[in-house]
Design a protein around this ligand. Structure first.
Ligand code: FAD
Ligand code: UDP
Length: 388
């Protein structure tokens, strides 16, 4: 029997592959990179510090089912991400909270008075369609300029007024002192790293993995009974309707010997200075104790590996045209951040991949498999970070 082919060994591809293998299918997973894990891949740098070559990845979700599913393949290290932004010569918390406002404006607001402050400075917008609308509607122009406009122009090469509301809406405005970047119920890092988790996900007698294999160069020999594709959707169709914009980044990694700590939190954002958007120090994320420390700077760019879909109406319209072709493509399922052109976090990719696997099994007339068999669900029913 021919195998099912999965193109891409990131979250989307690896989860689909595992589910299909558990249903009894033979699965061939290929990736054009020389490693598994997609953009969530991690590995030790030349100094033995575990780093994320494709930028910092922090796992967070509210979905118990997704947390339980991944817990079959990894243990966890509790970690709550904190971010500071360099604004007006200070380092202040992001998302904007009471302390951010007090420090920037020399005020003494508390939970009883912060909303009145926001109400005074906000500029109500209706409807809210762009990222500018979201922020200005919540906190007005001054905070918008200090935190969002410059960062967004750098990150996307577009003004917030040109981007969908959903982009800036990822970062809330707080009326309390919570300085965590995420408030999800589950916030943690795989205790032996993402790549180790991917090794276990793909470690199944029904799965064969070939890295360094580009689908488009090898498609003639890759005879499959069904294909699951997790690469850029426009590439599958030879850019038939024109290129779908994806934003890229250049990562500048640096190791600082004899430096126990470079910054006090995992990430510092630079909305208005430098060509990079942010610096992340990995030891905060991974809990590594090491003589030196490793950091990464992110420089946004148009060219290069596709990392982000660019959410704005004209791109969504172009994607819809590709989606219509994708729906007609017999024997192929499209899933993931690049194939569905969705600004998915890792947990959303897992959810989409579990759904895609169900769909493929239905197509092939095979019964569905449990993502979280009863026994392991019971073992991991509690959040990794009690009180989070
Ligand atoms: P990918 O990881 O992109 O995997 C697709 C794979 O397909 C790639 O490995 C690629 O090489 C392969 N491929 C493509 N075309 C071909 C081809 N023709 N032949 C063979 N192989 C091919 N999410 C979070 O939840 N938390 C975070 O903190 C977070 N931080 C992020 C930071 C950055 C800088 C970026 C870019 C993303 C971040 N994400 C984060 C999002 C996260 O990376 C994605 O949600 C997830 O990794 C996407 O998984 P995927 O499998 O859909 O895609
Ligand atoms: N953003 C911003 N300033 C910040 C943080 C975020 O303008 O200090 C905007 C920016 O447009 C960014 C988006 O909010 O791309 C989403 O931020 P997030 O941290 O979720 O981006 P990611 O981690 O996905 O790159």
């Amino acid at each position: 029997m021919k195998p099912v082919l999965v193109v891409g060994a990131g979250f989307s591809g690896a989860v689909v592959a595992r589910q299909l293998a558990e249903a009894g299918l033979q699965v061939l997973v290929i990736d054009r990179r020389d490693h598994i894990g997609g953009n969530a891949h991690d590995r030790p740098d030349a100094h033995g510090v575990l780093v994320h070559p494709y930028g910092p990845h922090i796992f967070h979700t509210n979905a118990a089912r997704i947390f339980d599913y991944l817990s079959r393949f990894t243990g966890w290290r509790p970690y709550e991400h904190r971010v500071l932004a360099s604004v007006d010569g200070m380092l202040v918390p992001v998302p904007i909270n009471i302390d951010t406002v007090n420090r920037l404006y020399g005020l003494d607001l508390d939970e009883g008075s912060i909303q009145a402050f926001y109400d005074r400075v906000r500029e109500p917008r209706d409807p809210i369609t762009t990222s500018e609308d979201v922020v200005v509607n919540a906190v007005g122009h001054d905070l918008y300029r200090k935190f969002f406009q410059g960062y967004t122009r750098k990150q996307w090469g577009l003004d917030p007024s040109e981007l969908a509301a959903s982009v800036a809406a990822r970062v809330p405005v707080r009326t309390d002192r919570d300085d965590r970047y995420f408030t999800d119920r589950y916030q943690c890092m795989p205790d032996e790293g993402y790549t180790r988790m991917f090794e276990r996900l793909l470690d199944h007698p029904g799965i064969r993995v070939e890295t360094g294999v580009d689908f488009f160069r090898h498609r003639d020999r890759l005879d499959a009974r069904h294909t699951v594709y997790t690469g850029p959707v426009d590439a599958w169709f030879g850019h038939y309707f024109g290129a779908l914009p994806y934003r890229s980044l250049r990562f500048e990694h640096e190791h600082l010997p004899d430096t126990p700590q470079f910054q006090t939190v995992g990430t510092v954002n630079y909305p208005n200075e430098h060509a990079y958007t942010r610096i992340t120090e990995f030891r905060h994320l991974t809990g590594q104790a090491h003589g030196g420390t490793s950091i990464v700077r992110e420089y946004p760019q148009d060219e290069g590996e596709p990392y982000y879909p660019v959410p704005r109406p004209q791109n969504e319209a172009l994607y819809k045209r590709y989606e219509a072709l994708a729906l007609q493509e017999r024997g192929v399922t499209f899933v993931g951040r690049l194939a569905q052109y969705r600004y998915y976090n890792m947990d959303q990719c897992v959810g989409a991949a579990l759904k895609a696997a169900e769909y493929v099994l239905e197509k092939l007339d095979l019964p569905a498999v449990d993502a979280v068999p009863q026994r392991s669900a019971a073992m991991v029913a509690e959040p990794a970070t009690p009180g989070a």
